[in-house]
Every structure is written in C-alpha cells, then in structure tokens.
Design a protein around this ligand. Structure first.
Ligand SMILES: Cc1cc2nc3c(=O)[nH]c(=O)nc-3n(C[C@H](O)[C@H](O)[C@H](O)COP(=O)(O)OP(=O)(O)OC[C@H]3O[C@@H](n4cnc5c(N)ncnc54)[C@H](O)[C@@H]3O)c2cc1C
Length: 397
C-alpha cells in the first residue's frame, strides 16, 4: 500500500545513509520491531538504551514511510483539546494523557540534544488560533483547563495576536515545550545511535503479519522469525482487525514552499487553528515554509501530480490571505494517508489477545509525540513496570 504520492520535502534533505540486508533465512530475535519509521526507531532507541536486544525489520527503507511525509511540528497539545478529552474520557485521564504528551515532548528534546548528526530539531512555541469568533469561548475554556493543571500556555487576545505575531484572528493560545524537526534526518540520527547500541536492521523484508502465531511470524518470502516479543510499528500501512470500528485511514495534503525573502513571522512559531480539518504551518531552514491540511475522508491517494499541486495551491492561498505581503510559491507538494482514531487517542500497548504482541500506532495529529510516549509505555510493559498512562491508550480500550 502506497503511503504517499507527490514529492515530499524531507526526501531531498538527506540521502539514505545505511543500506541494510534483506532477511532471507530463519531468524531468532529477542524483541523484533516491524517497521523502521519514527515509531519503530524510537522504540528501538528506548529499548536498546535499556540494554535490550532489538531487531528492526522494514519492508522498504528505514524512515521512508509516512515519517518522511510528516511536516515535523511536535506539540504536546493534541488534535483533540484537553477540554474536549475532559468531556470524552473524564478529567483525570484527560489530564494524564496531556501530561504523557508533555513528558514525551521533553524526552524528545532531551534525546535530540544528545544526537551528533543534524536533525533540524529546534524548540518552538506554537500558536493555536480561533478560526472564527464563535471559537473564542472554546479557546477560553481550553485555557482554563491548561492553566488549572499548569500546562505551559498563555491566552492571547486579538490585539496581542496582531501586535506580536501579525496574525489577524480573534484570539489564540500560545504553548511552549513544542519543537520542529526534520523527521527523516531525526530517524537517520537515531538509527546511527541504535546501530552503536547493537540494534540489528533488515530492509526490503516484508513481514506477513497474518502469519503471526504465538512466538513466530513469517516473512513474505518464507523466512521464519522466532521472537520473545514483537512490536508492530507499521504506521498506516494496515488497519488491524483489533482496531475495527475504532480507527480509519484518511488522507491529507502538505507543501513546502520555495525560499521566501525576509523574516516570516516572530520567533518562527508553529501555527494551527480550531477549525476541522485545520490549516497548519511552520518555517523551515533556508526561509521555507511547510504547511498542510485539507484532510479528506478517503484512503485512496491521488496519483495526478497536477491535482496534488492544485490542492497545495489551496493550502497556499489560505496562508496568503493571512500574510498578503509574503511572496510564497510551492516547491514540493504531497498527498499522504493519515490514521484517525474515533476517540482521538493513539493505540499503544499489548494486543488484546496475545500478551507478547504490542502495537505502537501513533494515529492522530501529533504522531511523533505519541511514538515517543508509546515507546516508553511498551518498555514498561516489557519490564513489568507500572506505567501511569498505559490504560488510556491501550488498544483493547
Ligand atoms: C502529511 C502528514 C503530516 C504529518 N505531520 C505531522 C506533524 O507535523 N507532527 C507529527 O508529530 N506527526 C505528523 N504526522 C504523523 C506522523 O507522520 C506519523 O505519526 C508517523 O510517521 C508514524 O510513524 P510510524 O513509524 O508509525 O509509520 P511509518 O513512518 O509509516 O513507518 C512504518 C514502517 O513500517 C513499514 N512496514 C509496514 N508494513 C510492514 C510489514 N508488513 N513488514 C515490514 N515492514 C512494514 C513501512 O515500510 C514503514 O517504513 C504527519 C503525517 C502525515 C501523513
């Protein structure tokens, strides 16, 4: 299944650095991770750092799945507001979930600071604006919950938003502890660390997950993999039967612009909004802008480059309306699959009927933050250690 069509920006920023062999013979693993995207890579990093013996297997190349379509806005606030989660899953779990995300953001920032290769990781504030005057009350309610539990957030009224950021919208929340990243470079840098810690990799090896029985699974070419534990980090490639009715696959569009002259906006903040589907954008090195939106409820990607460009233009037109002084032109435009869950939460933890099988599926907007949190949850589950967030995101919920 194709995960992306069109031309993504990140692919142009780094060449694949490691070429791993194909798994052709039967193989014994302690922990095998299926999928070498952001989720599999972070899980391998977390587990190998704890001294575990890990093997990562990918049917293509490491980091070339949805992770290379990721626009790289890393935020603790989710697509579902804390106040919405309060109504949906209760105040206690809603707050715990947001705490999980904030901790994951801080862990990503800490990991990024230890990596010697370039990753484009920079702490950035986010501006979450009210798309219409009707959304201002929603934003105020959100702010009151964020403040009540000491999450890093500030309320900006219209005047302050215009004066400070040149954004003419009714109101906004500013949040911090957020960051931007080049996801492809980040995966490459982590992979280099994983290799140093003894993680084994295989590429161009497709695993037939329907063949999974107890402690074995087959590759499509007939090699048998035996394992103590298996972590399924296959992103949006397959909708597993355990998730039937709880998740679906949509599609979305994103663009990278050509370099733009001058300072784009104050502090290079990352911007998004209350409307659904929302428009979002950030700056990127070299004076570029990266933006996305226009989600559609279909899992059929478009193949026509002109159509993808046209959708990219729609995204760009919305940005031009906000910043008419900027001369912005599209350089790259892409169309990608995107996983949505019914309750707004990712699926991370033990599979419902097999206790040595774990899912690490960061469905919903800030998937990278979820991948980080999920890696910690799975490590705790493997160690038999209590994790305060595991019950909220467990696949059997
Ligand atoms: C356009 C777009 C913008 C996004 N923007 C953001 C953002 O700004 N911030 C954010 O946090 N998140 C964002 N996301 C979400 C983010 O990209 C995902 O959360 C993340 O990529 C998921 O990583 P993953 O490792 O789970 O999936 P992937 O990167 O897709 O990795 C899964 C891997 O599994 C492999 N695989 C699949 N099946 C098999 C099999 N049977 N055998 C072997 N290997 C297999 C695939 O080849 C692939 O490499 C965005 C997503 C899209 C599409």
């Amino acid at each position: 299944m194709k995960l992306t069509t069109g031309q993504t920006y990140w692919d142009k920023t780094a060449k694949p650095t490691s070429k791993f062999s194909v798994l052709e013979e039967d193989y014994n693993a302690e922990i095998v991770i299926i999928g070498g995207g952001m989720s599999g890579t972070l899980a391998a990093y977390k587990l190998a750092s704890a001294g575990k013996k890990v093997t990562v297997i990918d049917r293509c190349e490491v980091g070339r799945g949805s992770s290379s379509a990721n626009t790289g806005l890393l935020q603790y606030a989710s697509d579902t507001m804390l106040s919405e989660f309060v109504d949906r899953i209760g105040e206690k779990d809603a707050v715990l979930f947001y705490k999980m995300c904030l901790e994951a953001m801080d862990e990503l920032t800490k990991i990024a600071s230890t990596l010697s290769k370039s990753t484009g990781y920079r702490l950035r504030d986010s501006i979450f604006y009210a798309s219409t005057p009707n959304d201002v009350d929603k934003l105020k309610r959100e702010y009151s919950y964020l403040k009540k539990y000491d999450f890093p957030a500030e309320y900006l009224d219209h005047q302050k938003l215009v004066e400070e950021y040149g954004i003419d919208k009714p109101a906004a929340l500013r949040t911090w502890h957020d960051a931007e990243v080049n996801p492809y470079q980040f995966i490459q840098a982590l992979t280099a660390e994983n290799l140093k810690m003894g993680v084994t990799y295989f590429e161009h090896t497709s695993v037939n997950l329907d063949s999974l029985v107890e402690n074995t699974v087959m590759t499509e070419s007939g090699a048998k993999i035996s394992f103590d534990s298996i972590i399924i980090a296959t992103g949006y490639s397959k909708l597993y039967s355990e998730l039937n009715g709880k998740a679906h696959i949509n599609q979305t569009f994103a663009i990278a612009t050509k370099p733009i002259e001058g300072e784009l906006w104050k502090d290079s903040v990352m911007v998004w909004e209350t409307k659904k589907p929302y428009l979002y954008f950030r700056t990127a090195p070299g004076g570029r802008m990266i933006a996305g939106g226009l989600d559609e409820e279909s899992s059929e990607l478009y193949d026509d480059p002109e159509f993808i460009q046209q959708k990219g233009q729609e995204i760009l037109d919305e940005i031009k309306e906000m910043f008419p002084h900027l001369d912005v032109q599209i350089d790259d435009a892409w169309n990608s699959l995107f996983g949505i869950s019914k309750d707004g939460l990712p699926f991370m933890g033990a599979a419902p009927h097999q206790d040595n099988v774990y899912y690490l599926l960061g469905y919903e907007g800030n998937g990278t933050c979820y991948s980080m949190a999920g890696a910690s949850i799975i490590k705790d589950l493997l160690d038999g250690t209590h994790n305060p967030y595991a019950h909220i995101v467990k696949p059997s919920r």
